[in-house]
Design a protein around this ligand. Sequence first.
Ligand code: G6P
Length: 590
Amino acid sequence: MCGIIGVVRKSGNAAEEVFQGLLRLEYRGYDSAGMSALDGGKICTVKRGGRVSNLMPEAERLKGSTAIGHTRWATHGEPNDTNAHPHCSGKFSVVHNGIIENYRQLKEELSDGGATFASDTDSEVIVKLIDFYYKGDALKAVARAAARLQGSFALGVLCADREGIIAVKYKSPAVVGFDGNGAVLCSDIPALPASVTSVCVPEDGDIAEITAETVTFYDSKLTPVNRVRRPIFPEQFTLGQGGYPHYMIKEIHEAERTVAETCGGFFRNVDVKRLTEYVRGADRIIITGCGTAYNAGLAAKSYFTEKCGVFCQVEIASELRYSPPKVTPATLVIAVTQSGETADTIEAVSALKRAGARVVAVTNCGYSQITRVAHLVVPVCAGAEVCVAATKSYIGQLAALYLMAKLTEDLFTAQEELTLAGAGIGELLKSEANAEEIARQCAKSSAVFFLGRGLDYAVAVEASLKLKEVSYVFSDGYPAGELKHGTLALIDENTLSVVVICNPALAEKCCNAVSQIISRRGKVAVITCLADVAEKLKASAAVWLLPQCSAVLSPFVSAVALQLVAYKTAVLLGRDPDKPRNLAKSVTVE
Ligand code: G6P
């Protein structure tokens, strides 16, 4: 949800680095982009609707040792040149990630004082406020303005009267990275330049004065505070597309490795003793998340119910936070979040923690906000995921959650099982012909329904989300048993139903659903690990027989198969699978 970056250099052109940083941050939003550079006491700004690349060739002319930049996911005001950040007023230029909830009231107040506004954004009030409070001390002006803001905000502020950047963090993510040539403010660690070797993660309310020589952190009252500087290590996964045409397909191909790395990370980094106490001591488990992370929770519900025999519920975080259930210290809340920054997930679990529950975060991003909320962290070791649609991180979440559920049984067999599941993914990815055939059908269908029972239902819901977000084909994920209670009314010869059948105990019932759809002239594709089901249905449906896999681990293989289908459908329809329209990877607004 908007990416911000700021670079302060002892030598070299900071503007060039900000442009490169914006390209790396584009997964956070790509509605418009802009940059300001400070050169010889003068701020020069370039901003444009559309992608970061639209800033060229003007961006090339920006020079200076200090620069800030922004890539936008529009919340207030349509994505055009005027609404693009930075917003400027007087001696200031500001980039903002977040939402200013009281912007109407502030705008009114500032307008009464004579201020004029050029954009429709909530963010413009920030720079106008700073300008209003400025009496020669930029730090004080920023602190006074920040104290008036309600909502969430990570800010990068340039002032023409001083070198360096002033940054503010409240609820929206921001980190400060260091290398030998100065400092970099950035929304996310993975988008920092490769030269950065250590980071400070500011606390909510912090204000940072960033120069090429030093970074000083203050609390909201401008009292200096100490923030620990921690080393960061180069990614085990390579950044860049690595020869693949899109990040999405590259990241699908990294799923097998993600399973192995997540197992390794679990044994290396998790406090297994404490986590076992949490899981064994739980009389109820609540899993929560948004989007794909929620869908991983849907699959994990079966794991916890079966392996731990404990009542487990899965809740969408944006709903859970407004109707929190009663919890006790024996309630285990599991927050699943790739980015660790999703505002609804953080708010929901923070409230349950305050009410006394134990919170475990399953996340791909160490140092993220959720790691500071949770009592314990279980890492998903997927490496940076750039494609907006989650693929390998979903598989990593399944692996982490499976290991947690097996804490009541035997971790050693869990590791062996996950190695097999990983090998199944590797085997599946050797041939993509079946995915292409189903993708061709998806691309020409008026709607695609994904159906399954039990774990296959959880996979169906995620497959539907994947298809709709990257291809824009209308789609729904449904429990196969519910077909006759509604969706059947929508079936005709223009629709495709993709039925996932990987559990032998439920196969017969799913085959009935296939017959019911075919009787209504609907097209059917079947995704199955079961050879007998494939044999039985191959005459009436397009059947993809997946590598053999136990029912409990089948989501690892069937979900990857359906990620491939979504990817190939998007490509066939000429969509950009890495940057679906209107979406962003990290949803830090509520
Ligand atoms: C966005 C992303 C999804 C992701 C969801 C939750 O919608 O596009 O891929 O599943 O946010 O994000 P989180 O970082 O909490 O997993």
